[in-house]
Design a binder for this molecule. Structure first.
Ligand SMILES: C[S@@+](CC[C@H](N)C(=O)[O-])C[C@H]1O[C@@H](n2cnc3c(N)ncnc32)[C@H](O)[C@@H]1O
Length: 206
């Protein structure tokens, strides 16, 4: 989402268009169902801090990390009570073991390479407290050929627009379930949206 990420002021509006408004509803669902007052939450790829601001309002202590200094500057304005750190997702191990109740990532893990994704999932297991949860909302490949066909048919104008706006393609999270289970997590919730192309997945550190 590189072009949008260079222009944070337009970013939230652009993402709303690209996800047909669904991403805002998914963020609200994350906050109401999976984040509680007093939780220590790490947000990976926090972008403009829109979700961080919602989690702060619900009483959580939020640490957001992002690779983009421009996004973080906007996040600091949108959620001044959160702590924001300029680092890449693969550096989160520095933040300390058994520290977080939740690790949340929306539309950011799909920007990682397969190796980075595997590493971030495994290090998330270390960072979470026992019983803590990894909460991920991101692009997934729809399951079943007819769903993939339907998704292509309906989503290709959006995909074309996404490419025009971002000049980049993301990697829908293939093999995600296997990676989280291999890291030791147990998947406790999964819901798909937008013709099976966007999923909210919650995995628990048993
Ligand atoms: C599509 S945006 C999503 C932002 C926000 N989570 C949201 O849902 O609105 C992806 C974010 O991930 C960040 N990002 C991409 N690669 C990253 C990496 N390797 N480490 C940390 N952040 C990264 C980008 O800078 C960007 O802010």
């Amino acid at each position: 989402m590189r072009i949008l990420e260079q222009t944070p002021a337009k970013y939230d509006h652009g993402m709303r268009i690209l996800t047909l408004g669904r991403i805002d509803r998914v963020k609200r669902e994350i906050v109401s169902a999976w984040v509680e007052s007093g939780h220590d939450v790490l947000e990976v790829g926090c972008g403009t801090g829109s979700l961080a601001a919602m989690m702060i309002r619900c009483g959580a202590h939020v640490t957001g990390i992002d690779i983009s200094a421009k996004m973080l500057a906007t996040a600091r304005k949108n959620a001044p009570e959160a702590e924001f750190i300029h680092m890449t997702a693969t550096e989160i191990g520095k933040l300390g073991a058994d520290r977080f109740d939740r690790i949340v990532a929306t539309l950011s893990l799909s920007e990682l390479s397969e190796d980075e994704l595997d590493f971030v999932i495994r290090i998330s297991f270390v960072l979470l407290k026992a019983g803590g949860k990894l909460v991920v909302a991101d692009e997934v490949p729809p399951s079943g050929w007819w769903k993939r066909f339907l998704a292509c048919l309906i989503r290709w104008p959006l995909a074309a627009l996404a490419f025009l706006l971002t000049q980049s393609t993301t990697h829908a999270l293939k093999m995600f379930d296997g990676l989280v289970e291999h890291a030791g997590f147990r998947i406790v919730y999964r819901r798909v949206y937008l013709f099976g192309t966007l999923a909210l997945i919650v995995a628990e550190k048993a």
